[in-house]
Design a binder for this molecule. Structure first.
Ligand SMILES: C[S@@+](CC[C@H](N)C(=O)[O-])C[C@H]1O[C@@H](n2cnc3c(N)ncnc32)[C@H](O)[C@@H]1O
Length: 266
């Protein structure tokens, strides 16, 4: 890990320590339906799910891994932010998921042996990483041949300006690194020996104020004001967010684009 990467990991840990509860409340409720679908699709392609072991990288409050666990023999959530794991353990225990454990580790240097897992997933974390290819290499290393890799993440929509998009994301959250276009993300997988089996894209409507709250930005704070300014200028449209005001309440809304990739280790 270089000094720059270390500094960036500190930014990530600080951001997700500060916002552990607001982020968890959002992810566990607003993304519940999507998460159930991702978990069902990822485990359906395993030869024998109930005998399989999976790890979910950047698990946060356990959003995806707690949906995976009921299908599997064992599931492990991996995250670099202890505050997130506190919430994740609380949620797992409340749900009675005895086959779910958590490890505090860097997804770029996983504490798992080569080819030791049947499924490795990563949700909404690659866009925070300075070296996402390193994490994809780690995913490919720890999954067994013919095992599965599942990725769900934000993408820059086709035709949008990726630089403007990522600038807005970094103003909102300095721990943001790079959101890829869907094609750019897809291109990375074969480079580490992962063959894509399925790719699906969807979008969701977001409320600007909730998006700020999840990142710990109070109305009127410098980050809130600057992000709002960008979203309401031509930048918001150029970035592919399609910002608009709700005609009834007047709240600022926008669109996020999401890709789900399922791959097989060759
Ligand atoms: C946007 S949250 C996503 C959480 C969860 N996967 C979800 O979908 O709700 C990103 C998570 O990745 C974790 N994270 C970021 N970089 C990481 C790294 N290098 N290793 C492990 N965890 C990391 C953060 O601590 C945070 O909990």
């Amino acid at each position: 890990v270089t000094a720059t990467e270390r500094e960036h990991l500190d930014k990530i840990r600080n951001r997700f320590t500060r916002t552990a509860e607001s982020f968890a409340d959002f992810a566990l409720s607003r993304r519940a339906d999507e998460t159930e679908k991702v978990a069902a699709a990822a485990t359906a392609s395993l030869a024998n799910p109930s005998a399989s072991i999976a790890a979910d990288l950047g698990c946060g409050p356990g959003t995806l891994v707690r949906a995976l666990a009921p299908y599997l023999a064992r599931a492990i959530g991996v995250d670099f932010t202890p505050a997130m794991l506190v919430r994740a353990r609380r949620e797992a225990s409340r749900a009675g998921l005895a086959n779910l454990t958590f490890v505090c580790a860097d997804a770029g240097a996983l504490p798992f042996a080569d080819a030791s897992l049947d499924l490795v997933s990563c949700g909404y974390t690659l866009h925070h990483l300075l070296a996402p290819a390193q994490v994809l290499c780690e995913m490919a290393r720890v999954v067994r041949p013919r095992g599965r890799v599942a990725i769900v993440d934000l993408v820059v929509p086709e035709g949008a300006d990726a630089d403007v998009h990522n600038h807005i994301e970094r103003v909102r959250d300095p721990s943001h690194a790079t959101t890829f276009g869907a094609a750019g993300l897809r291109r990375l997988l074969p480079q580490v020996g992962l063959r894509i089996l399925a790719a699906q894209q969807h979008h969701r409507q977001r409320e600007f104020d909730e998006w700020m709250h999840v990142a710990g930005l109070a109305p009127g704070s410098p980050g809130y004001v600057e992000t709002l300014h960008l979203m309401e200028s031509t930048a918001g449209e150029a970035a592919g967010y399609s910002p608009r005001r709700d005609p009834a309440a007047g709240a600022l809304q926008f669109t996020q684009h999401v890709v789900f990739l399922l791959a097989e280790k060759e």
